[in-house]
Write a protein of this length. Structure first.
Lengths: 171, 215
């Protein structure tokens, strides 16, 4: 019913994302908001590109600075281009965004954590080879995952059923 | 009997509280809010999908299998031009949405055409970059790093391609059907989609290109 343009919405307290309220005859206000966003985003992008190649700051701090700049620029895009604000009419949009950010953080942090642990627990293949050459590892007593990972042990297997009785501590 | 009377009296005292169909319709969110919110949920799920590609890329970035690394492959000058194209197109897309809402054809078609040209320029540079990498033997099959790179950046490129097709469709629909409410809702969703692509590009140029070239 109240769907055509800027007509009255008597009880409606929500705003669609990306929908900026402005008077029908003053679209200049809305353009101003996009201009501010464009200026801030351009500034942050230029700083990002500049800082990535600079030797003015301590090298290892650059990735962290880039991440902070990127998050700031995403915030600028959300506020000035997507019109996600902290006002009460944006509560639903903010809640959905917060949930999305939570899932993204879980996914990223979980992936890095698991993969770092895996690399930590996996013995490098060349180290296994060395131990095998020294007679400290025979195929019969290797854990199943090492057995499968090392070509010298498992490359000759053809369609055998391999009982997985090993594991990290079972070898 | 007396209970019925009490109810009737209660309703007479507070006529505004009566649940009429008109009031029920007024309390519903407008269709624009519902459509915009639903599309916002879809975009957030798209961002979650991209974050999985980012995690894959970050885990595999050092797995170059003796092949070239990002430091040897990336050309930051091209990336800066791509960034400028997408950022400006996000701005012109915002202008187009204002033009559509105020029914100003010159704004709408002009800004949409500018968005289209900037998006096409972005895609042209990206496809050239991909073709150059494949030609020098650094295609997606070369190493796990390059597989992850082409998946992540290519998926964004596919989104931009879909966005361009959508953009042309929206220009044609406004031209053919005018500034109808349902067409304006589609223009709103297109704007959300295009702005979100720019947000994902910010993450790509930071994580993939700037960190990759600066290592």
């Amino acid at each position: 019913m109240s769907d055509s343009g800027q007509q009255h919405e008597p009880y409606n307290e929500n705003t669609a994302p990306g929908y900026e309220r402005f008077g029908e005859h003053e679209p200049a206000e809305a353009v101003g908001s996009y201009l501010v966003g464009l200026g801030l985003a351009t500034l942050l992008s230029i700083v990002s590109f500049f800082i990535s190649g600079t030797t003015l700051v301590w090298g290892p701090s650059i990735p962290l600075a880039l991440v902070v700049l990127a998050i700031a620029q995403m915030g600028v895009h959300l506020v000035f281009f997507l019109n996600i604000t902290t006002g009460p009419d944006n509560l639903n949009n903010i809640m959905a965004l917060a949930f999305g950010v939570l899932i993204v953080l879980l996914l990223l942090a979980g992936s890095f954590w698991i993969m770092a642990n895996l690399n930590h627990n996996m013995m490098p293949i060349d180290q296994i080879m060395r131990m095998q050459r020294q007679g400290r590892y025979s195929p019969l007593e290797t854990p199943a995952f090492v057995f499968l990972a090392a070509p010298t042990f498992s490359s000759y297997i053809t369609g055998e059923i391999l009982p997985i009785i090993g594991g990290y501590s079972g070898g | 009997m007396s209970a019925f009377e009490a109810t009737a009296e209660h309703e007479r005292e507070l006529p505004d509280r009566r649940y009429t169909p008109e009031r029920a319709a007024g309390e519903l969110a407008s269709k624009r809010v519902i459509v915009g919110y639903g599309f916002w949920i879809f975009l957030l799920s798209d961002i979650v999908m991209f974050s999985a590609f980012f995690a894959t890329y970050a885990v595999l970035v050092d797995a170059t299998a003796g092949g070239p690394s990002g430091r040897e492959l990336f050309n930051l000058r091209n990336v800066a031009i791509e960034t400028a194209c997408l950022l400006l197109s996000s701005f012109t897309c915002g202008l187009a949405s204002i033009g559509a809402r105020t029914h100003r054809g010159f704004w709408y078609y002009g800004a949409m055409a500018a968005t289209c040209i900037l998006g096409a320029a972005f895609l042209f540079i990206e496809v050239n970059e991909f073709a150059g990498m494949v030609a020098q033997g650094a295609g997606p099959t070369r190493s796990a790093f390059l597989s992850a790179f082409f998946t992540l950046v290519g998926c964004h490129g596919l989104h931009v391609t879909a966005g361009l097709l959508w953009l042309l469709t929206m220009m044609a629909q406004v031209f053919a059907k005018g500034y109808r409410a349902d067409i304006l809702r589609r223009v709103l969703c297109f704007g959300l989609f295009w702005h979100t692509l720019d947000i994902i590009w910010v993450a790509i140029f930071t994580v993939v290109y700037l960190m990759g070239a600066g290592q």
